[in-house]
Design a protein around this ligand. Structure first.
Ligand SMILES: [Zn+2]
Length: 292
């Protein structure tokens, strides 16, 4: 969250929620065409998530590994921020015959966001914290590396809180004038202590009170490589191993770690790919009726 964005939270909010077709389009790709092996729902944009329904008897492979399937033959595929060119998926039919299909990734333009007033030691960390930073990054990687067969993501996703959006997926970030890694989450400004609700059902895989960059940090596994991470929390109300339901209050908004004010930063991963939570909300909207 930055000074520049503080002045225009309402404008950004409107942009994201009411004019979203202008920069988040679903299904408009000329190549979203289904093949005889699979039917896709979702976005081929960079940062997109796709839910595929396999035709009976097919198995899918991506980058050489088999894609996990639900009991009814659904698969997930996530595209990174800088995914480029064609996505190739191999399909094997029940006789073992292989077919490769390709879909083109749609490029996006990412904004540059300038953020001032960040504690300088969170922009240029002192040598004394380098091992701490490394250990914390490893804990996050371990949590995201879990490959549960849960189908919790099929219940869909909803907002973790309602608030002005002050940061979006993909933007390049300049902290105190220094370029740093891009932003991979959505930032929602909200008063300190505001409820954070689980945007989707799943199991808690990481709880940390105070990571160097991300402060109070929580990770939820939604199944089949899909996870949510919540940053800068002031308190966390769940424990590792807890099952959480969509809409359940799981934490409180804070300003811990590298934050300039209270906000929630919500990120999503599919396996090692960082994907855009806003595209997940569109691809897998919460099912209001018939929740299992
Ligand atoms: Zn953020």
């Amino acid at each position: 969250m930055g000074i520049n964005s503080l002045f225009f939270p309402i404008k950004r909010f409107i942009c994201v929620y009411f004019l979203c077709n202008s920069f988040v389009s679903i299904g408009s790709s000329p190549n979203d065409g289904d093949s005889s092996e699979v039917t896709w729902t979702g976005s081929w944009q960079q940062g997109g998530l796709l839910l595929g329904q396999l035709d009976r008897g097919y198995r899918a492979f991506y980058k050489g590994f088999p894609l996990q399937e639900t009991k009814t033959g659904q698969i997930l595929l996530g595209l990174g921020r800088d995914a480029d060119g064609m996505v190739n998926v191999d399909f094997l039919d029940s006789s073992g015959k292989k077919t490769t299909r390709s879909w083109e990734v749609e490029k996006r333009e990412y904004k540059v966001q300038y953020i001032e007033g960040v504690r300088q030691d969170r922009v240029i960390p002192p040598e004394s914290v380098s091992s701490r930073i490394g250990e914390e990054a490893q804990q996050v990687r371990n949590a995201r590396a879990l490959r549960s067969s849960s189908e919790a993501f099929l219940r869909g996703f909803d907002l973790p809180l309602v608030g002005p959006i002050t940061g979006v997926y993909g933007s390049s970030r300049i902290y105190n004038g220094l370029p740093r890694s891009p932003h991979y989450g959505i930032d929602y400004a909200a008063p300190l202590g505001s409820d954070v609700k689980a945007p989707g059902s799943g199991v808690v895989t990481l709880v940390h009170d105070d990571m160097y960059f991300s402060g109070g940090t929580l990770i939820i596994d939604h199944g089949m490589g899909l996870s949510s991470t919540f940053l800068h929390l002031s308190s966390i109300l769940v424990h590792v191993g807890d099952s959480v339901k969509l809409g359940q209050v799981i934490a409180a908004v804070g300003a811990t770690g590298r934050a300039t004010g209270p906000h929630l930063d919500w990120r999503m991963n599919w396996r090692d790919e960082r994907i855009d939570p806003q595209l997940v909300l569109l691809a897998l909207p919460a099912k209001k009726i018939g929740l299992p």
